[in-house]
Design a protein around this ligand. Structure first.
Ligand code: GLN
Length: 532
């Protein structure tokens, strides 16, 4: 088993996750079996209870794990399905150790960070490595070196290298190279300081990835190599890229895989890039373009909707259509800025929680319904469209979700099995579930099959009491769960494309296999734009 540990220095948000995914990709392109783990040093047990402004999107795995969005990047780059175990948090580690202590498994001992916490960290990393069946495990450490929270993890990884042998564990440090001054000099000092911190805890980086707005100059590379004691070809330039999917090729061009192979004694293998290059080529050469409004309340933080952005990227390549996302703040719609929706070729309302901004989303759903604009509602977006329809077509003015208000017409209501739940962490209807599509429906045509598997994350659903009435007015439920009682997909009779899903198709979207519903939305948007 080989481990590649990726740490970050100087600043957070440097694209450490993309660096880690790209390193994984260049090794996978050589036929190595690669998997990835993300360490998040926060105390939360998982990402599920954090708001998007804290954390960006909460990514949902097949097994229902609510995890850091970097796991989404690994799944998309490596085309694998990861388990909840692949996200290690301080919360998970401490909970396990404290539970063991309560059982009396450490009887007589003082339980301490070293060795008990660090042992648990190593145990989990090794277990994931073993279970994944990979030959190479990428271990990304969240946060920045020097954070108090990440200390036990870095210490554990230092120990891991000692125990597994230097030829089996290497460290990659991602840092920022700012450009300063009138002459635009690339500055290496922050990198030197950050490497010094790493050394102070006993870790010597084997490779330094310098994030910079431009390519690192030879002089910068030499300086980093000298001051940070890393071989010259272990200093890698990571300039801003046009697309994150180009980063593996940028690394390939600098012989990163060769360097890693020699450092970890991996056998030499030829890389295959044809499919990936073709994908990038399609992405970079669109033949037309459309504009899709993404209506949400976290539009100031694009990371909150990253899986949707990526799904549209995958669709772009598949259809050779550039998708411009127009970020529409649902609260601005409430204040009357309806012009924000003018001229769009499609509308997407993604998932969400809480009442803030909901009325603006309802306005957007109505606008798309009444004007024949292609529409996709996902999870909360699906529920919003049902509320809008109940209000403006069925005439129930107070129709709403019982998540938001008490109303006489709760067309969206709590899932029956949720009534007894009082713990909010990890208790939603989560993860992959089978969905049965109606023969001959639009959803059936889009997916090409009547049995699909998609990921979920919700507590509320369409209230069964209203289904008949909604359907007789034209909102057809064309997808249900296997019992047939829970609504999963609707489509609107007489509208070119007005569809919602209770599940999240964006989580399973991959470069070579875009989300079918995003694909269908963009196809309809193209048709709509030619009719305009
Ligand atoms: N808040 C809604 C629910 O819990 C929708 C959730 C979501 O969009 N992920 O059902």
């Amino acid at each position: 088993m080989k481990y590649i540990v990726v740490t970050g220095g100087v600043l957070s948000g440097l694209g450490k996750g993309i660096t880690a995914s790209s390193i994984g990709k260049i090794l996978q392109a050589r036929g190595f079996r690669v998997s990835a783990v993300k360490i998040d040093p926060y105390i939360n047990y998982d990402a599920g209870t954090m708001g998007p402004y804290q954390h960006g999107e909460v990514f949902v795995l097949k097994d229902g794990g609510e995890v850091d969005l970097d796991l989404g990047n690994y799944e998309r780059f490596l085309d694998v399905d990861l388990n909840f175990d692949h996200n290690i948090t301080t919360g998970k580690i401490y909970r396990a150790v404290i539970e063991r202590e309560r059982k009396g498994e450490y009887l007589g001992k003082t339980v301490q960070i070293i060795p008990h916490i660090t042992d648990e960290i190593k145990r989990r990393i090794r277990k994931v490595a073993e279970r994944s069946g990979a030959e190479i495990l990428i271990v990304e450490v969240g946060g920045t070196v020097g954070d108090i929270e990440s200390m036990p993890f870095l210490e554990a990884l230092r120990q891991l290298q000692r125990e597994e042998g230097r030829e089996n564990v290497m460290f990659v440090h991602t840092t920022l190279i700012p450009i300063v001054g009138v002459v635009g000099e690339q500055k290496t000092k922050p990198t030197q300081h950050s490497v010094k911190e790493l050394r102070a805890i006993g870790i010597s980086p084997d490779m330094i990835v310098g994030r910079c707005s431009e390519e690192l100059t030879e002089e910068t590379k030499r300086k980093i190599s000298l001051f940070c004691d890393v071989p010259y070809n272990g200093v890698i330039s990571a300039p801003d890229a046009r697309s994150i999917y180009e980063v593996p090729l940028i690394f390939e061009g600098q012989k990163v895989a060769e360097y890693i192979s020699s450092r970890l004694n991996l056998e030499h293998r030829e890389a295959r890039w044809d499919e990936w290059m073709e994908y990038l080529n399609s992405l970079y050469n669109p033949e037309r373009e459309v504009t899709i409004a993404l209506v949400g309340k976290y539009v100031k933080l694009k990371d909150a909707y990253i899986s949707h952005i990526e799904a549209f990227t995958h669709v772009s390549a598949a259809l050779r259509v550039r998708v411009n996302i127009r970020w529409v703040d649902s609260e601005a719609l409430e204040k009357g800025a309806t012009s924000l929706l003018e001229g769009v070729h499609g509308v997407l309302i993604p998932g969400g929680f809480g009442y803030r901004g909901v009325e603006g989303k309802i306005m957007a759903a109505r606008y798309a319904r009444e004007n024949g604009i292609p529409f996709l509602g996902v999870c909360l977006g699906f529920q919003i469209a049902v509320i809008e329809f109940a209000r403006n077509v069925l005439g129930y003015e107070d129709a709403n979700s019982s998540e938001f208000v008490e109303t006489e017409h709760p067309v969206i209501d709590l899932l029956p099995e949720q009534r007894e739940i009082d713990m909010l962490g990890g208790t939603m209807r989560l993860g992959e579930e089978e969905v049965v599509l109606k023969e001959g429906s639009m959803a059936h045509t889009i997916y090409g099959t009547t049995r699909i598997y998609e990921r979920h994350r919700h507590r509320y659903e369409v209230n069964p009491d209203y289904i008949e009435e909604l359907e007789s007015a034209g909102l057809i439920f064309s997808g249900t769960d296997t019992t047939g009682r829970r609504m999963e997909v609707f489509e609107l009779r007489g509208h070119p494309f007005y569809l919602g899903s209770q599940f999240h198709p964006e989580y399973k979207s991959r470069p070579m296999r875009p989300s079918p519903l995003h694909l269908a939305l963009v196809k309809s948007a193209v048709e709509y734009s030619t009719r305009m």
